[in-house]
Write a protein that binds this ligand. Structure first.
Ligand code: SF4
Length: 347
């Protein structure tokens, strides 16, 4: 039987539980310190709390709801991929990428994904369920502990793993609230990025929230005809509406939008399409992030060769659109963008 997750409980609930268990008010601070500052993974680690209280909490709650079932490290040791089993035996993946001074966790927000983007392994899995805020936070805490053991710190969190974060808006925003809270994980909002394939109502809601968290929009094509063949949700939220909403976001927040564009050989990588993209993005505060599509499991779509990626970038730059080429990471361990997938439930 699965128990409620301690990291899913807000302050008021924790306070009420402690009161019910006859505990003095200061226990809440001790409990929260253990959860967010020390990031204990086991009730036994909370040495400041009485054993009887820990037993009572363990009876009611699960402390850490994800179990590390498998770890794969890339040959260059720059990428680690973790397979986690959830309390209900569902599986998710999390990726930790190391750059010179940066350590970035790419976390999942759903088991599978209902969006069905044709180039994405997660999209081909179908959708099982949303993750809770506690399950999302636990992936981050795991990465933090992992790095801390080596004397390093997590510097960035990207909501770009399995799932469409804006289809799980409440839990994602709740996880971010605790991630940036000084009494929570005290992590800088500007070092967090949420990536969406374009859920229009949620982009608007996110804009109104005036969050300091970065927004990335996965575009992959500059016109509706092509985009609808790659990203099925484009039928519901066409490009014009997404670009309008993104411009409103930049007006409101004065923050640029990151435009993600996966270049697929012979599909969306011509210079004519680069021109079309430049026209679409004209006047928008944005940075285009190009990546050659990572190999998909069935091998039907291929990433553009380096020369085409560079030519696409050069054309955008010439047209005044700030553009970078993203470093590829963890491809041989299927930890790159669009490669995350789990095949069966864990046991
Ligand atoms: S690209 Fe993102 S939104 Fe599209 S199927 Fe994959 S995980 Fe879902």
């Amino acid at each position: 039987m699965t128990k409620p997750i301690l990291y899913d409980q807000d302050n008021d609930t924790l306070q009420a539980v402690l009161k019910e268990l006859g505990q003095p008010a200061f226990r809440l601070k001790q409990l929260e310190e253990g959860l967010y500052q020390h990031r204990y993974l086991d009730f036994d680690e909370f040495t400041t709390l009485p054993k009887s209280l820990l037993e009572a909490l363990a009876e009611r709650f699960t402390l850490f709801p994800i179990e590390d079932k498998n770890e794969i490290i890339s040959r260059d040791k720059q990428t680690e991929k973790f397979l986690f089993k959830l309390q209900d035996d569902n599986l998710i993946e999390t990726v930790l990428m190391h750059y010179e001074e940066r350590h970035t966790a790419c976390i999942s927000t759903q088991v599978g994904c209902p969006m069905g983007c044709v180039f994405c392994a997660t999209g081909q899995m179908g959708y099982t369920r949303n993750l809770t805020a506690g399950e999302i936070l636990s992936q981050i805490i795991f990465c933090m502990r992992r790095l801390e053991a080596d004397g390093k710190n997590l510097t960035n969190v990207v909501y770009m793993g399995m799932g469409e974060p804006f289809l799980n808006y409440e839990e994602v925003m709740s996880s971010i609230a605790r991630l940036i809270d000084q009494k929570g994980l005290n992590f800088g909002a500007r070092r967090i990025t949420i990536s969406t394939v374009g859920i229009l109502p949620r982009i608007r809601q996110f804009t109104e929230a005036k969050s300091q968290v970065n927004l990335a929009l996965s575009l992959h094509a500059p016109n509706d005809k092509l985009r609808s063949t790659l990203v099925p949700s484009n039928e519901f939220y066409p490009l014009k509406s997404l670009i309008e909403a993104s411009k409103k976001y930049t007006d409101y927040t004065h923050r640029r939008v990151l435009i993600e564009y996966a270049l697929i050989d012979g599909v969306n990588d011509t210079l004519a399409l680069a021109d079309e993209l430049a026209t679409l993005l004209h006047g928008m505060l944005c940075l285009v992030n190009l990546i050659a599509l990572n190999p998909a499991q069935d091998g039907s779509l291929k990433g553009s060769p380096r020369e085409k990626v560079e030519a696409f970038r050069d054309r955008l730059m010439k047209r005044g659109i700030q553009t970078t080429i993203r470093l590829k990471r963890g491809i041989e361990i299927n930890a790159g963008c669009g490669q995350l997938a789990t095949s069966q439930k864990g046991k």
